[in-house]
Design a protein around this ligand. Structure first.
Ligand SMILES: *Cc1c(COP(=O)(O)O)cnc(C)c1O
Length: 356
């Protein structure tokens, strides 16, 4: 049976992926040396396309990691000597906080509700905070923080660096990089790629902080510390043998997205999500979980009254794969992805499954 993945990650592959994998095999991309000229061309092409698609300025560097969690760990190691501050409302923001705890930092956290945004005005961020961490789209509960609220945090705390996790909102979300020091994501969600590749976008200020910490003999890690990542990025290389295949595919998919138009992708995302929320707003049995205006446009959480196992099974029988709730909310929630790989028609067909 044909299956469509409305799962929030890994998710439906971008429609052009099969063709690109075929070409990659023909071009022997999977056997390519990461010290070859061809690999450097691929790194450069992928970074150039990402820059154009997401409007990343020259002040920011593009590094490849193995996943988003690695991006979180590298960020803490390289920018925090003592104090980081974390906004926590779900499992991934808790993970970011936990990484800082495990790295023995002096960690502060401000907890938020799991069905709406944070009361940022009441978060007392100490003046000696070196890094503020925000998961912009908390995939576990479907809460999205408006970028304006994050920019305001930065404006009010200019001494601190700010790191955002946009794993499940990129490339839909628009980022003003002049107000964000570090951006973390991986590619198996919104980009519709196979898992196993992370992207870390880091500005000069964060790189300077890493060099300063290294000078102070603080532990900034080894092969993927910021100075090492920078040294290799200059040659369009990586220190380790990277996921060459997925870096290649990311370059191709971003090229396709550029041709299709990022504004078209963003408009379609909004049109599709409106169909989904409107449908469940008017559906007696199951309701959207998150309160507006904090509802995610890319990962939708529906409160299904503890029936998620039954629903997920029934949908799977029709070829529609969705996610159950995360962690302790497994039975309570159904989570639906609205990533660029899914068309309006696929969303309409999916919603029809509930009326019957
Ligand atoms: C999936 C997810 C992660 C973890 O990504 P990995 O690539 O598995 O490390 C982190 N943050 C958010 C918000 C996510 O949705």
């Amino acid at each position: 049976m044909k299956q469509t993945f409305f799962t929030v990650g890994p998710s439906q592959l971008y429609p052009t992926i099969p063709g690109h994998i075929k070409n990659a095999l023909q071009e022997n991309i999977f056997s390519l040396s990461h010290r070859s000229k061809r690999f450097s061309e691929i790194y450069k092409e992928t970074a150039t396309n990402l820059r154009q698609l997401l409007n990343i300025p020259a002040t920011h560097h593009i590094f490849f990691t193995s996943c988003a969690l690695e991006g979180m760990e590298r960020t803490i190691q390289n920018t925090v000597e003592k104090k980081s501050f974390h906004f926590v409302n779900g499992s991934f923001s808790r993970e970011f906080w936990q990484i800082a705890v495990d790295l023995k930092k002096d960690v502060e956290r401000f907890d938020g509700p799991n069905d709406e945004g944070f009361d940022f005005a009441n978060a007392k961020i100490p003046k000696n905070t070196e890094l503020i961490c925000v998961v912009q789209n908390e995939t576990s509960i479907g809460v999205a923080i408006p970028m304006e609220e994050i920019y305001q945090l930065k404006t009010e705390n200019p001494q601190a660096l700010i790191a955002i996790d946009v794993v499940s909102s990129i490339p839909y979300i628009t980022i003003d990089f002049s107000l964000i020091d570090i951006t973390i994501f991986s590619v198996q969600k919104g980009f519709g790629l196979p898992a196993g590749l992370g992207v870390l976008i880091v500005n000069e200020k964060a790189l300077e902080k890493a060099s300063l910490l290294a000078k102070k003999n603080s532990n900034i890690g080894s092969y993927h510390n910021f100075p090492k990542l920078l040294e290799f990025e200059k040659k369009f290389q990586t220190r380790e043998t990277p996921n060459v295949g997925t870096i290649y595919l990311l370059g191709k998919v971003t090229e396709d997205m550029l041709a299709y138009g990022i504004e078209t992708i963003r408009n379609e995302t909004e049109n599709k999500v409106k169909l989904i929320y409107d449908f469940f707003e008017n559906y007696k049995k199951y309701q959207p979980y998150v309160k507006d205006p904090y509802r995610s446009k890319t990962t939708i959480v529906i409160d299904v009254n503890g029936e998620s196992e039954k629903i997920v099974k029934k949908l799977a029988e029709k070829g529609y794969i969705v996610s159950q709730g995360y962690g302790k909310r497994k039975d309570m929630h159904m989570r639906i992805a609205n990533f660029p790989s899914l068309s309006i028609q696929q969303v309409k067909n999916f919603l029809k499954q509930f009326s019957t």
